[in-house]
Design a protein around this ligand. Structure first.
Ligand code: E4P
Length: 283
C-alpha cells in the first residue's frame, strides 16, 4: 500500500517528502482553505505542490456541471505532469470523468461512499476512486467495513480487460511507455474497450496534448485497473485496516502519518539501548 499525504500545506508536504515514504498528495477545497490562501492563487499553489512531490497530486474541481468540470480539469491538468484531477462522484462527475479519461487525463473520483458508486467510477475510466472512511465513522457507521466492501467488490472485476460482463478475462499488460502498450489478445474483438483510456490507466490517445501525462507516473498498479485510495483517514488504526483490506493507497493527514511511524515500545526500546550503551562507554 502506498502513502499519499492528505494536505495542501507546502511545509507538511516538504517535511513528509523528506521522510522518504511518500508516493503522492491529495488536496481538496477545504484543505486549500486551511492553508489560508486565496482562490486566485490556487493554480500556483498546485504547481508548487507538484514541484515538491514527484508522484500524483490530486487537485479538485469546484464546478458541479459537466462542461465546467471538464474546463476546470483541463486547466488543472495543464499545470504539471503529475496532476490528477479530482472529480466528485455524481452523475455529472461521471460524465466528466469519461470525457477526461478518454483524452488521457487521470481522474481520482472523490466522495465515494458505496459499491455502486465505485463500480461506476471504474466504468467511467477513473484511474483512482476514493472511498471516505472517517466520515462513515462520524455518522456512527463502520468506515473500514465500508472500505472493505468496496475493495472486495472491485476485486471481482478486471477493468483493464473489459468484456461485456466486465469480469476478469485474459491478461493485458500496460507498460510504462505508452508507445509500448501490449495486450495478450491480438485478435481482441473489442479493441476500444481495451484502450487504456477506457481502463482508466495509461492513455494511448496519442494526439491529445495531455495524452502522455498519466504515463509519467507509471502504469496503473492495480490489477483491477482502478486504484482504491482509502481517504478520510483519522488514525493509524484506519491505516492498518486499509492495508488489511487491500486498499492500494491510503491518503493520510500529516499528524496521522507522523503517528504511523511512532510506537511507545520503539521509544522505550531506544531508551533502554541508550542506557545500556552508556554502561559500556568506559568499560
Ligand atoms: C480525500 O482525498 C479527501 O481529501 C479527504 O481524505 C477528506 O477527509 P476528511 O473527512 O478528513 O475531510
Amino acid at each position: 500500500m502506498q502513502f499519499f499525504l492528505d494536505t495542501a500545506s507546502l511545509d507538511e508536504i516538504a517535511e513528509a517528502v523528506s521522510w522518504g515514504a511518500l508516493s503522492g498528495v491529495t488536496t481538496n477545497p477545504s484543505l486549500y482553505a486551511r492553508v489560508g490562501s486565496r482562490q486566485a492563487n490556487f493554480h500556483e499553489h498546485i504547481r508548487r505542490i507538484c514541484a515538491l512531490v514527484s508522484g500524483p497530486v490530486s487537485a479538485e474541481v469546484t464546478a458541479r456541471e459537466t462542461d465546467q468540470m471538464v474546463v476546470q480539469a483541463r486547466e488543472l491538468a495543464a499545470l504539471a505532469a503529475n496532476v490528477v484531477v479530482k472529480i466528485p462522484l455524481t452523475l455529472e462527475g461521471l460524465a466528466a470523468t469519461r470525457r477526461l479519461s478518454d483524452s488521457g487525463i487521470a481522474v481520482n473520483m472523490t466522495l465515494c461512499f458505496s459499491v455502486p458508486q465505485a463500480l461506476l467510477a471504474a466504468r467511467a475510466g477513473a484511474r483512482y476512486v476514493s472511498p471516505f472512511v472517517g466520515r462513515f465513522d462520524d455518522i456512527g457507521d463502520d468506515g473500514t467495513k465500508q472500505l472493505a466492501t468496496i475493495v472486495n467488490a472491485l476485486r471481482n472485476y478486471d477493468f483493464n480487460n473489459r468484456n461485456d460482463s466486465g469480469v476478469a478475462g485474459g491478461a493485458v499488460t500496460w507498460l510504462r511507455d505508452d508507445d509500448e502498450l501490449k495486450a495478450s489478445a491480438p485478435d481482441d474483438p473489442l479493441p476500444n474497450r481495451n484502450s487504456p483510456a477506457q481502463s482508466g490507466c495509461v492513455s494511448d490517445g496519442a494526439d491529445h496534448p495531455f495524452a502522455k501525462r498519466s504515463a509519467d507516473f507509471g502504469a496503473c498498479a492495480s490489477s483491477r485497473g482502478i486504484e482504491v485510495i482509502a481517504a478520510s483517514i483519522r488514525n493509524p488504526g484506519h491505516v492498518t485496516q486499509a492495508a488489511l483490506v487491500g486498499a492500494d493507497i491510503a491518503t493520510v493527514p500529516f499528524a496521522v502519518l507522523k503517528k504511523c511511524a511512532q510506537h511507545p515500545l520503539t521509544v522505550n526500546g531506544l531508551l533502554a539501548f541508550e542506557k545500556d550503551w552508556e554502561k559500556v562507554k568506559n568499560a
